[in-house]
Design a protein around this ligand. Structure first.
Ligand SMILES: CC(C)(COP(=O)(O)OP(=O)(O)OC[C@H]1O[C@@H](n2cnc3c(N)ncnc32)[C@H](O)[C@@H]1OP(=O)(O)O)[C@@H](O)C(=O)NCCC(=O)NCCS
Length: 175
């Protein structure tokens, strides 16, 4: 059984490892080398700590970390799964949870940035009802400045949250 819950300090270390490995899998080959050098284990730990209140984590019944999602206002800003959790439905559950949280805080249209060439992620977002609106320039905060990166912008119109309605995939409707 899989559960989605708020991340805690104890999750930072396993999540940073997961993020580092999944980033390498999905992005190392398609993003600039300069960005790869910045994306160290330490950098992922720092970013998780900074966003901790907005991190939702998926764990299995043994407590193993399967993946996480970060929402930042109307942006689904991070979604990363362990290699073992890909293709199992965990990603869809994390996205449904994120959409519920955003709709609950009044977001009408959510957006996300996907690295150009991350075809698996693009296919996944399309399956979940997100649509590519074209390219945009992401301004990524990195140590010492801003890294500009051309990305695909995806958007999805969310269904307004209704009090008391059950939303598939959401494990914590009170957040
Ligand atoms: C992106 C991610 C969250 C998607 O979750 P997932 O569990 O792998 O998604 P699914 O398996 O449900 O869907 C992926 C789809 O892409 C397809 N696919 C796999 N490899 C592909 C490729 N190289 N090109 C195109 N499509 C591909 C799969 O067949 C599947 O489609 P289908 O269900 O129609 O067969 C997950 O793969 C992941 O964490 N990847 C590494 C990190 C990452 O890229 N994060 C997103 C950053 S924007």
């Amino acid at each position: 059984m899989m559960v989605i819950r708020d991340a805690t300090l104890a999750d930072v270390s396993p999540l940073a490892r997961l993020w580092f490995d999944a980033w390498q899998d999905a992005h190392a080959a398609i993003l600039p080398e300069a960005l790869r050098r910045i994306r160290t284990l330490e950098n992922f730990s720092e970013r998780l700590l900074a966003a901790l209140g907005d991190v939702r984590v998926a764990v299995d019944s043994a407590g193993a970390t399967l993946g996480f999602c970060i929402v930042d206002g109307d942006e689904l800003s991070q979604l990363f799964l362990s290699a073992a959790a890909r293709g199992t439905g965990v990603a869809a559950a994390l996205v449904a949870d994120a959409e519920t949280r955003m709709a609950g805080s009044g977001v009408g249209t959510a957006w996300l940035a996907c690295a150009i060439g991350n075809d698996r992620a693009a296919r996944f977002y399309e399956k979940c009802g997100w649509r590519c609106q074209g390219n945009m320039t992401s301004r990524l905060p990195v140590p010492g400045g801003i890294f500009e990166l051309e990305v695909w912008r995806y958007e999805k119109m969310l269904r307004p949250a209704r009090e008391g309605s059950a939303v598939p995939g959401a494990s914590s409707p009170d957040r």
